[in-house]
Design a protein around this ligand. Structure first.
Ligand code: PHE
Length: 466
């Protein structure tokens, strides 16, 4: 008989806070840094279309499933899976899904912190006027200079990881809630300011054309799998982060209008988060690509894209020092509200096993910090050490984003669609509209798993046939 685990966490004070926290988790480097450079590398408009389809058809329904499972279980993903598997009378090995997610989160955290460290460095550059009046070339050398300085990178990586540990150690209400309350709205405003600049920059339409001109022959190798993986990555899906947050979601809230208790619908909540997340990613593309074309840069230049384009704008726009500093500060916070959710599944599990939150945070953070060193070195001393998909960073990114997350999402869909009792699923989802519920169910049972499988098989086939 399994030990009964009791929830040892707080509950978000309202549905609104759940939305903020889950949006905080979803909106991060994935939208600001990763989406633009992947669009640039994997096929422009065609990539954007595949990505949007993956969000709509696979991402949103699976996100609903993940929140639903989390809220029903009420525990860390590992214990939630074990509990719900027992409830459904199936093998407790379903807990492995929780372990796999926890591992994926840990691995992602290791490289996430390195890149967030770059943004930290850029706060200081922006604040000291380091971009003012610089040419695109000069800005490019600031970035390559940073990458060539392992010690500097180490300092930034360390600082960011310490921040992450600090927030995770403080737990749900005091740590996570506070961190996300003001940051998301401010980030949104700053992105709009940048959009204003890029609208007036002269090459706006070139950027729009690049992002929305759909030519499927432009899709590069593996683009389908990469787009699918990114849909999971950007929604924080398939590794338990959203499941862990779902466990902190209230089942009922008081309706301020009537004073009655009403159940919190998962569908509309998830939709809102996914739309916000997607809008920010698309806006970032619309900010970055006009700058790329206006300055003769290469859209497929890879992970540095944001760091060599945005500073050009800050260097030229009025009050660029202020906006630039603010922007990178917000990027750091957006990254932080995501990185804490990467550690949350493991942290919650350790706390349920009797650890203190602080100890759990330190252990996870230092482990991910050590592993992060391999990513850090991928951009300098080890940049020539390549295997399978490229550097260590390329491999850990592909393994987690394109393999672990879609696989996790696939299993979550199967569990919600085929394993759990339908009555429980329906009750937990609290969807008012029966037809919509039936659509969701069909997607989660058949369509989403099939889509993930098809893309996997297609990519493996492509790998063997070249
Ligand atoms: N969604 C985050 C981003 O886009 C990254 C993330 C992935 C966070 C998985 C948690 C879990 O930056």
């Amino acid at each position: 008989m399994d030990k009964e685990y009791k929830p040892v966490h707080g509950i978000w004070t309202s549905r609104w806070i759940f939305i903020l926290a889950a949006t905080g988790s979803a909106v991060g480097l994935g939208n600001i840094w990763k989406f633009p450079y992947m669009t640039g590398t994997y096929g422009g408009g065609a990539f954007v279309v595949v990505y949007l389809l993956c969000i709509a058809i696979v991402g949103i329904p699976i996100m609903m499933a993940e929140v639903m499972i989390g809220r029903r279980g009420g525990l860390s993903p590992i214990h939630t899976m074990r509990k719900l598997a027992r409830e459904a009378g199936v093998s407790r090995h379903w807990a492995l899904l929780g372990f796999m997610g926890a591992l994926a989160g840990f691995l992602i955290l290791s490289f996430y912190s390195v890149v967030a460290g770059w943004a930290l460095y850029y706060v200081q550059e922006a604040a000291t006027g380091g971009f003012t009046g610089k040419s695109a070339d000069d800005i490019g050398s600031i970035f390559s200079g940073l990458l060539q300085s392992p010690w500097l990178l180490l300092g930034c990586h360390t600082l960011f990881m310490l921040l992450t540990m600090l927030v995770v150690a403080h737990g749900v209400e005091r740590g996570l809630e506070r961190a996300v309350r003001f940051l998301m709205p401010s980030l949104f405003v700053l992105v709009l300011v940048l959009l204003g600049y890029s609208l007036s920059s002269g090459a706006f339409m070139d950027g729009v054309r690049f992002m929305f001109h759909v030519d499927f022959s432009a899709l590069t190798r593996d683009a389908l799998l990469v787009a699918l993986g990114h849909a999971f990555f950007t929604l924080s899906l398939g590794m338990g982060a959203i499941m862990a947050y779902g466990a902190y979601m209230p089942k009922e809230v008081t309706d301020p209008a009537t004073g009655n208790r009403k159940s919190v619908s998962i569908g509309s909540t998830v939709l809102m988060i996914a739309v916000l997340d997607t809008v920010i990613a698309i806006l970032m593309g619309l900010v970055i690509f006009p700058l790329v074309f206006g300055n003769g840069l290469d859209p497929s230049s890879g992970p540095g894209l944001m760091f060599v384009t945005l500073p050009i704008a800050f260097g030229q726009m009025p009050m660029g020092v202020l906006f630039g500093t603010l922007f990178f500060v917000l990027v750091v916070f957006a990254a932080l509200s995501s990185s804490i959710s990467l550690g949350e599944p493991v942290a919650a599990w350790m706390v349920e096993n009797g650890w203190s939150r602080a100890k759990a945070a330190v252990l996870i953070g230092s482990g991910a910090w050590v592993l992060g060193l391999a990513t850090l070195l991928s951009f300098n001393l080890w940049s020539e050490v390549t295997f399978l998909r490229g550097t260590f960073f390329d491999n850990i990114d592909f393994l987690t984003t394109s393999i672990f997350l879609p696989l996790g999402g696939f299993l979550i869909a199967v569990f919600a669609g085929w394993i759990m009792k339908e009555t429980q699923v329906r009750k937990e989802l609290a969807m008012q509209n029966f037809k919509l519920y039936m659509v969701w169910r069909a997607v989660v049972r058949i369509f989403a798993p099939l889509a993930v499988l098809t893309i996997f098989v297609h990519t493996i086939h492509q790998a063997f046939t070249g």
